[in-house]
Design a protein around this ligand. Structure first.
Ligand SMILES: [Ca+2]
Length: 266
């Protein structure tokens, strides 16, 4: 887990430099410091195997977190564009530098994942997922966590502006999978979902227009998602939707197929 990095580093340096023992103990003792971590950056920009999604396909773990966590949520995503956030000015004060380093790694992770599945459920219609392969991404898959298995909608294409909507490609025919998590856990920073299984699918054609449109979902049943500390009677199913692109409305400028949001229809 990433949030143990700092503690491990402190222990490591204690072995080599006993004088830093006090520093290590401070970290372990102070809850305020425990929130600093270095976010791991995405490296693969997707998990190509998701293209093999089929009935019964299981994703062992999905983490609703930052940075590299988003590699698991789509078969590919586009690498970031624009300028990478500038590093902070280091003060030499360990306390504030550690805090700055933590914020900075988070900022860079957000930048690196601007086109990841994170942008599908960030409530921002100006951000979106984009596939990251050559061509229009036929066969690419992206997953969104959804609050329910009904009344779900999609904002097709990159909806930051009418111009960007037209320039980028929009999914046309798609296969829609309904998925559910077997169990989950609450991390210090992230929600973790285990054994997210593809239950059922249907094929549909999305409209080529801006704004929300209904996303038809197949019907499927799943047992409630187990979660620690919850009365079994209070458990609900944690649902996910996977979209596989079968065809697109081509973009006028780029072969990047985008989706801006997936969530409850407003
Ligand atoms: Ca968005």
């Amino acid at each position: 887990m990433q949030f143990f990095d700092i503690t491990l580093k402190a222990q490591y340096s204690w072995n080599r430099h006993p004088a830093t023992l006090i520093w290590a103990l401070l970290i372990l003792a102070a809850p305020a410091l425990a929130q600093f971590r270095t976010v791991e950056q995405p490296s693969s920009f997707g998990t190509a195997d998701l293209k093999n999604i089929r009935q019964g396909y299981v994703i062992p773990q999905l983490v609703y977190g930052e940075g590299a966590a988003w590699d698991a949520w789509s078969s590919s995503f586009l690498e970031p564009s624009g300028e990478e956030p500038a590093p902070p000015e280091w003060t030499g004060d360990e306390d504030s530098d550690m805090e700055e380093a933590s914020y900075y790694s988070s900022e860079v992770a957000d930048w690196n994942t601007m086109y990841s599945a994170r942008s599908l459920t960030d409530g921002d219609t100006a951000s979106g997922w984009s596939e990251g392969v050559a061509g229009n991404g036929i066969g690419e898959v992206v997953i969104a966590r959804v609050p329910d298995n009904k009344n779900i909608g999609i904002m097709n294409g990159f909806q930051r502006s009418a111009s960007l909507y037209a320039k980028n490609a929009r999914p046309r025919r798609v296969r829609v999978w309904l998925m559910a998590a077997e169990s989950m856990d609450f991390g210090q920073f992230d929600d973790l979902y285990y054994n997210v299984k593809a239950l059922a699918s249907l094929e549909t054609e999305l409209a080529d227009r801006q704004g929300w449109q209904p996303l038809p979902l197949p019907s499927a049943n799943a047992p409630p998602t187990r979660a620690p500390g919850f009365d079994p009677a209070d458990l609900t199913v944690k649902w996910f939707v996977a979209i596989q692109i079968l065809s697109v409305y081509p973009g006028s400028a780029w072969q990047d197929t985008c989706i801006s949001e997936i969530g409850t229809l407003p």
